[in-house]
Design a protein around this ligand. Structure first.
Ligand SMILES: [Zn+2]
Length: 311
């Protein structure tokens, strides 16, 4: 179960009072900008409704919660379209078929439609049929950043849950609770127009990029004799052995590609110096080492062996 986001409190109150009055709608439109937690809300709401012993939140312990968390709950569906692709009528027919199945566990059958604005007209019409005569147990959660693109007929049959960017101090303190420094949090929020989840994701991307650079700098230093294999093993261990080996495997693959296609990469000269045969051999060595890490052998020794074999 993901933690509820603090700026969603008013929306949770709205849902709680509908539940108390047994007046939950059959369809909600979760509308708002990217990165404010619409998917988090939808997922938490679905788990709460499917939970066999819910209180204010899902219990996280029952069979239903367990199935939900591993993504195999039979009364729950997600419709996700690939970026740039529409949601076609076939996906919507599958959803109608899902609602016609017998419920396996609780009182609800729940489908979440991500990027609902990507529905084709035909898909929207098929959805309308479900919205006009929803089975008693059906709950549809439509998520959209551009709800104005949805047909009015669809929108008018959904109850609106409006998500907005939280107040700056709320967003800041949440990002700090996620481990960001104040300056960084402020900077990222500026770039994402105050959307906290996007601000956090931005940091993860930056982190990934800077870790990758550290790993590759270390490997280049090894090849130029500026670093000793054992030192490199020790420093990469701190960045996560498996992650480091995977990055290095990709790096070698990039070098092989650059030799094979005459496409320059940052390390083409180094690639020529090592040569294709040895590069391929080292990629195989890295794959083996990555598998060895899974069997929990000594990580440091595995890294040391790899880097010793490179010099
Ligand atoms: Zn539960």
């Amino acid at each position: 179960m993901s933690t509820r986001l603090p700026w969603h409190d008013p929306l949770w109150s709205q849902i709680s009072s509908s539940l108390e009055q047994k007046r939950l709608a059959h369809a909600y439109l979760l509308q708002g900008p990217a990165g404010v937690g619409k998917a988090n809300f939808a997922s938490n709401l679905a788990q709460l409704l499917l939970c066999e012993q819910p209180s204010l939140e899902a219990c996280g312990q029952c069979k239903s919660c367990h199935l939900f968390e591993v993504g195999t709950h039979p009364d729950y569906r997600q419709l996700v379209s690939e970026a740039g692709k529409s949601i076609g009528i076939d996906m919507m027919r599958d959803t109608s078929a899902f609602f016609s199945l017998t419920r396996q566990y609780g009182r609800y059958q729940i489908a979440v439609i991500f990027h609902a604005e990507r529905m084709t007209m035909a898909a929207a019409n098929a959805l309308l049929k479900t919205l006009e005569e929803p089975p008693a147990s059906a709950l549809l959660l439509l998520i959209s950043e551009q709800a104005s693109l949805l047909p009015v007929t669809v929108r008018s049959r959904c109850q609106l849950l409006r998500f907005t960017v939280p107040a700056a101090d709320v967003a800041l303190s949440w990002l700090k609770s996620q481990g960001l420094e104040s300056d960084q949090a402020q900077h990222n929020l500026g770039l994402t127009r105050g959307a906290p989840l996007r601000a956090l994701a931005l940091n993860k991307e930056n982190d990934f990029e800077s870790r990758r650079n550290t790993i590759l700098e270390g490997a280049r230093a090894l090849y130029s004799g500026r670093k000793d294999p054992l030192d490199l093993a020790e420093s990469l261990l701190k960045l996560g052995a498996k992650h480091a080996l995977y990055i290095l495997w990709q790096w070698k693959a990039e070098m092989v590609r650059s030799l094979a296609t005459d496409q320059h990469c940052a390390d083409t000269a180094l690639a020529q110096q090592i040569g294709q045969r040895r590069l391929l051999k080292r990629m195989a060595g890295l794959s083996t080492a990555i598998r060895q890490l899974d069997s929990q052998l000594n990580e440091q020794l595995i890294l040391e062996d790899i880097f010793i074999s490179w010099v």
